[in-house]
Design a protein. Sequence first.
Length: 82
Amino acid sequence: MNYEDGTAVLIGDRVDLGGGMTGVVVAVIATGEFSVGYSADDWRYLRAGVLIESPQAGAVHYPDAWTGLVLLSRASAGPRDI
């Protein structure tokens, strides 16, 4: 899964969702990557896209990452406890 510019979406990336909302990538569904606290079993039914946890909107699923997502900052190195 990539942003519009071709950059890969990573767990922990901070993103702009538009409309004044921001969030953190907590799952990249297609690659099977999930943050601590987000079980693959709970979200696998989505099959594709990314899951963003937003303080303004809660958990938001984007089937195509590049649609409306803007990378604000890269995930930090280290444990992926989001």
